[in-house]
Design a binder for this molecule. Structure first.
Ligand SMILES: Nc1ncnc2c1ncn2[C@@H]1O[C@H](COP(=O)(O)OP(=O)(O)OP(=O)(O)O)[C@@H](O)[C@H]1O
Ligand SMILES: [Mg+2]
Length: 404
């Protein structure tokens, strides 16, 4: 056994993951409590039975907007009566869990609370996500990353390389969060500042208070450069890892960042890049009024190449694109185990779609070798026969989970 495999084995033997999961008014579940083992869990059931919803619930135990990037209000369980009503009755949803990390147990949870604020002379209600860790309420979402980490692959990501750049940026940013827990905060601060700046320019037709605009631009440039630097670091880390541990089945990938700020960091010190970013924002205020965005970290793209074929991912076949994504998430998982000392939970939604038999079996073997917790959905349990006796098999029927 080489050093790398030995080190990974040592960490995962300490075990991490979710040992008890409770959903309340979450999507199709009024109440669900399950106690998964720290190993692969194959979740099967008919279409619409609630498989992906369980993965989504686990994803809410980590920082960010969950595996579907859904609106908080859409997650709360609808009943026919609610759908017919003109208003949504007050109330939220919750996900709580006992998590195990390196031999220690923690209680973590997230839920929504309905708040209200005054907006244009009327009181509007809004949902707010709150986090609870070991009984302490009101903790920052970022804190969740200290207890649980998740890496996911969903059918929506089958189109990741072909569509617009926003989902690719979010994918990359999630890879960064796992190593740098401040990154989630940085990206949401930047988004918030950009929105404020954009609205200010629009609402004043470019005649907003200059000091106010400059102060927003300074803050955006500082947050933007920190975002670009963290993304670059993660790309370099993963490329180094992939280079040193080529996979025998899944294609070797090379990943890269395309963006003005990121490129400038190649040759200039961060302070100069920040200065240039701030000046560009000030110079290009007029673009906002012309309904155009301004170039920056909110425009950067994450590029993936099939190394051996020297082919950009967007030109690869559907199955090849899936395999490239699997290569990235396997590298990320191993890297995370080695550098953070605990394994992420894998959330693999319909992962076998588009994979040929050899690749599917290779993936299952790798998951087994990694010996970590994974929630894997499928409509056909027969595809997972090779995990019989090792994995847990759950079937979902009538909003309940039956262990086979
Ligand atoms: N807020 C909500 N309240 C109640 N039900 C919801 C809500 N949001 C989604 N659902 C329902 O939850 C059900 C299960 O969805 P889910 O995506 O988990 O199914 P699935 O088992 O993964 O199906 P598939 O095999 O098609 O992927 C769907 O019928 C969906 O309409
Ligand atoms: Mg599904």
């Amino acid at each position: 056994m080489d050093n790398l495999a030995g080190n990974i084995k040592e960490v995962v033997s300490l075990k991490s993951g979710v040992t008890r999961l409770t959903l309340t008014d979450f999507r199709n579940y009024a109440f669900l409590r399950v106690s998964p083992g720290l190993r692969p869990v194959i979740i099967t059931g008919e279409n619409g039975s609630g498989k992906t919803n369980i993965l989504e619930a686990v994803s809410f135990l980590t920082p960010g907007r969950g595996l579907r990037s859904a609106r908080l209000a859409d997650i709360r369980r609808f009943t026919p009566a609610v759908i017919d009503a003109d208003y949504l009755p007050a109330g939220g949803w919750g996900v709580s869990a006992t998590v195990f990390r390196n031999g220690e147990e923690f209680e973590i949870g997230t839920a929504t609370e309905t708040g209200s604020r005054e907006c244009h002379d009327e009181i509007r209600s809004f949902d707010r996500r709150i986090v609870k860790i070991n009984g302490q309420k009101g903790v920052s979402q970022n804190e969740l990353g200290q207890y649980l980490s998740a890496v996911w692959l969903t059918p929506q990501m089958d189109r990741l390389f072909r569509g617009g750049s926003q989902p690719r940026r979010s994918f990359l940013d999630r890879l960064v969060y796992a190593f740098d827990t401040e990154h989630a905060k940085r990206t949401s601060v930047f988004e918030h500042l950009y929105k404020q700046w954009y609205q200010l320019l629009k609402s004043t037709n470019g005649h907003a208070d200059a000091a106010w605009l400059t102060s927003l631009e300074e803050d955006m440039a500082a947050a933007g450069v920190a975002i670009a630097a963290a993304r670059r670091e993660q790309i370099a880390r993963l490329n180094r890892f992939i280079e040193s541990t080529p996979d025998d089945v899944f294609p070797d990938v090379e990943i890269a960042l395309e963006g003005t700020v990121e490129r400038q960091l190649d040759s200039l010190p961060a302070v100069e890049v920040e200065d240039a970013y701030r000046s560009r924002l000030a110079r290009e205020r007029h673009r906002v009024l012309e309904n155009d965005g301004v170039d920056g970290v909110n425009r950067s793209d994450f590029k993936v190449y099939y190394k051996k074929k020297r082919m950009p991912a967007e030109l690869c076949s559907t199955g090849e694109q899936k395999a490239l994504l699997i290569s990235i998430i396997l590298a990320q998982t191993k890297c995370q185990i080695l550098s953070r000392g605990f394994a992420p939970v894998l959330l693999l939604d319909e992962v076998t779609a588009h994979l040929d038999d050899a690749k599917r079996e290779a993936l299952l073997t790798k998951i087994r070798e990694l010996d970590l917790q994974a929630f894997i959905t499928a409509t056909d349990p027969g595809l997972f026969a090779s995990l019989n006796g090792y994995a847990e098999f759950w079937e979902i029927k009538n909003n309940m989970v039956f262990c086979r």
